[in-house]
Design a protein around this ligand. Structure first.
Ligand SMILES: Cc1ncc(COP(=O)(O)O)c(C=O)c1O
Length: 357
């Protein structure tokens, strides 16, 4: 019963088989191989347009390199104050941009709202002392498991573009958000005004593979140099491409995400129906955030369940976690088995009955 994250599992068999196939024989190095070309074509097909792709092994590298294309050292990159780029990347965006400043905005459920963005931008001066805002990055699905609708993305990109900012999407959980919305990759990105995407694959079935997808060729001019200079150009580039080849074939990535989301929905429904349990935010993709009685948390932990406590900083106004409660995060993945979900819920149910007895 490991719900600690969607990166606690290894890779899916389809991805491993693709890696094995790619392992045979000599191929050109540094991403000049036919598998990399085929993945670039496949992504262009999926996104229904020409694009520039650079493959990397981590989400942090994808985000930091992407943001370095958008924000000069004297610029501001906006995000939610609980965003992964802000809290969990050890300053990589600031490092890769050579000193740009990340500024975190408030918002319930780790979501940036277009109105808040507009009023923040209107409050800035254009004096030389003021670092100019250059980019906004949003996570899809986000750190509280919420998904931006295409209308919300379009509203944010509209504000960004009117004020001269570019929009980046951290898609570490891109597939989970996509199947949740029932949208197309094009609609959820460039048709809604996204300029650069970190297309995550590691959490949803790969071992370590992410794609930086740039929709505007002008923005991508320096990407290859930045990737090499930062040590993220693999000499055996086929190993990144092969993972994505297996991941994208036969809708495997979408099937994986649907499974993960289904498991999360089941967990959410089961937990919500128990006395004393409520959800901090709705379950929209593959993350569940229940507020549990501490006695239930102890019963689950002693039965071997693994998950992390979570911050309540983005709770809705009026909502709070009492001293006898704990807010936790449960993440499901392509490899979550139904039996683990069933067991987790039956332990939680037994703990709820005991508390009510
Ligand atoms: C929202 C978000 N972005 C990006 C990442 C990618 O991080 P990593 O550098 O660990 O691959 C993660 C992983 O936890 C994440 O949750």
């Amino acid at each position: 019963m490991n719900f600690a994250s969607d990166n606690v599992m290894g890779a899916s068999p389809q991805v491993l088989q693709a890696l094995l196939r790619a392992n045979d024989g000599p191929l050109p190095a540094y991403g000049s191989d036919p598998i990399t070309r085929a993945v670039e074509r496949r992504l262009a097909e999926l996104f229904e347009r020409e694009l520039t792709v650079a493959l990397v092994a981590t989400g942090t590298a994808a985000n930091a390199l992407a943001l370095s294309l958008l924000t000069p050292p004297w610029g501001i990159c906006l995000c939610h104050r609980e965003a992964h780029v802000m809290e969990d990347e050890c300053g990589a965006p600031e490092f890769y941009t050579h000193g740009a400043k990340l500024v975190g905005l408030d918002g319930v459920g780790a979501k940036v709202k277009a109105d808040d963005l507009e009023s923040y931008l209107r409050g800035l001066t254009s004096h030389v002392r003021q670092m100019p805002p250059k980019a906004l990055t949003i996570s899809q699905a986000n750190e509280c498991g919420l998904v931006y609708s295409t209308e919300q993305i379009a509203a944010l990109s509209d504000v960004c573009h009117r004020h001269g900012l570019r929009l980046h999407m951290d898609g570490a959980r891109f597939a989970n958000a996509l199947v949740a919305l029932g949208s197309s990759p094009a609609e959820m990105t460039w048709r809604s005004g996204v300029d650069i995407l970190s297309f995550g694959a590691t959490k949803n079935g790969c071992l370590a593979a992410e794609a930086i997808v740039v929709f505007d060729p002008e923005l991508a001019r320096t990407l290859e140099y930045r990737r090499k200079r930062s040590g993220h150009t693999l000499s055996k580039g086929r190993l990144l491409a092969a993972q994505l080849e297996g991941y994208l074939a036969n809708d495997h990535w979408l099937d994986n995400a649907r499974h993960a989301n289904r498991m999360a929905t089941r967990l959410a429904q089961g937990l919500r129906s128990l006395p004393g349990v409520r959800l901090a935010w709705p379950t929209e993709a593959n993350e569940v955030f229940p507020i549990l009685p501490r006695s239930m948390d102890a019963a689950l932990k002693s039965a071997g369940a693994v998950y992390h406590p979570w911050s309540g900083a983005s709770l809705a106004p009026g909502e709070q976690v009492r001293a006898d409660e704990i807010l936790v995060r449960l993440v499901t993945s392509f490899a979550t088995c139904e039996e683990d979900v069933r067991r987790f819920l039956s332990i939680a149910e037994a703990a709820a009955s005991k508390a009510g007895a």
